[in-house]
Design a protein around this ligand. Structure first.
Ligand code: SF4
Length: 332
């Protein structure tokens, strides 16, 4: 993108103005609002369900094998790159196990602190699940990007020998209660005013392609907002299929990502007045695990219709053995 700094500057101005407008539109004060790709994708998928999540659902769900996998994998890779001779072979599972054994020495915060606590408590199940998920993440990452890694690759969201990494965050100058987080895992190329760098987002397994596109455009926007320089591209890598999807960043991509962030903030601000309201419920495979499905006509219609057969197995409903009508209804 030409004028990567100017594009990021314009985006900051536009997003700050839009955030101010949507927060001002809300009838009640909405408190702190922190959004990133997870909020933008969830609000786009179903605004009604996103508003209804509440504080417990909007924030970080807490460390678990699933949420720690990426952080542990990045920290393991970073240590290997720091300590092993250049190009030394990497055994993902063994390297992750080694990192887990010494997590206590790494940091008392973040994923390292959580892993150290699991070790202190002898929680072998959580540690085994974390090692498996992190080594899968790591094996997929090096599989797609190659080994040795490209020389211009830099890991993001890692902290070498200090406290847990802090996620790059941007706050509009006049709206400190609203913040935006960037979530890319790595960067290819040097950050300079020319904007000749790409952000890398890794996911261990494939899935919804529409959500991938949304995620990439949101990372393009958050990358520009937090750095003040628009990236040239966003690369989404997928471990199990080996895919590398590249989204070249232009003004339209930045606008799309910014729109998704603004909509997430709009729904968060609106939630102070109206939480779950099925008027804008948008059915999808998420209906299967939605806590509000019972009171959602659109979700019920989707679950009862052919849509439920898409995107995985249908939900299994309890059947009364002698209720033939219910049995036929569930099978159809
Ligand atoms: S049941 Fe589906 S459509 Fe209804 S609120 Fe939940 S996710 Fe949205």
């Amino acid at each position: 993108m030409r004028d990567a700094v100017g594009a990021a500057d314009r985006l900051r101005t536009e997003v700050a103005t839009a955030f101010g407008a949507v927060v001002g539109e809300a009838g009640s004060p909405s408190g702190r609002i922190h959004v990133g790709w997870w909020a933008a994708v969830a609000a786009a998928a179903c605004p009604a369900a996103y508003r209804a999540e509440g504080e417990a659902g909007w924030g970080f769900p807490g460390w678990s094998p699933a949420t720690a996998a990426g952080a542990v994998a990045r920290a393991t890779l970073d240590r290997h790159l720091d300590e092993a001779p250049p190009g030394a072979p990497l055994d993902p599972l063994e390297a992750v196990r080694r990192w887990i054994r010494t997590a206590r020495d790494t940091s008392a915060d973040g994923a390292a602190g959580w892993v150290a606590e699991r070790r202190d408590e002898g929680d072998a199940g959580a540690l085994a699940a974390t090692a498996a998920a992190a080594s899968r993440w790591l094996a997929g990452f090096v599989r797609v990007l190659g080994w040795p890694l490209p020389p211009d690759l830099a890991l993001l969201n890692v902290a070498r020998g200090g406290p847990a990494p802090t996620t790059p965050t941007w706050r509009p100058p006049d709206l400190p209660a609203v913040s935006v987080a960037a979530g890319a895992d790595a960067r290819l190329g040097r950050v300079s005013g020319a904007g000749r760098f790409a952000l890398v987002v890794h996911r261990p397994s494939g899935g919804d392609d529409d959500a991938v596109r949304l995620r990439a455009s949101v990372e393009a926007a958050t990358g520009a907002l937090t750095r003040g320089i628009a990236p040239e591209a966003v690369l989404v890598t997928t471990g199990d299929t080996g895919e590398r999807l590249r989204l070249d960043v232009d003004a339209a991509v930045l606008a799309e990502g910014a729109h998704l962030l603004v909509e997430a903030v709009r729904q968060r601000a609106a939630a102070a007045e109206r939480g779950f309201d099925p008027v804008d419920a948008t059915p999808s495979a998420r209906c299967r695990r939605c806590e509000h499905a019972e009171g959602c006509p659109a979700g019920q219609a989707w679950l009862a219709g052919p849509g439920r057969w898409r995107d995985g197995l249908p939900a299994l409903l309890p059947l009364d053995e002698h209720d033939d009508v219910a049995r036929v209804g569930a099978v159809l």
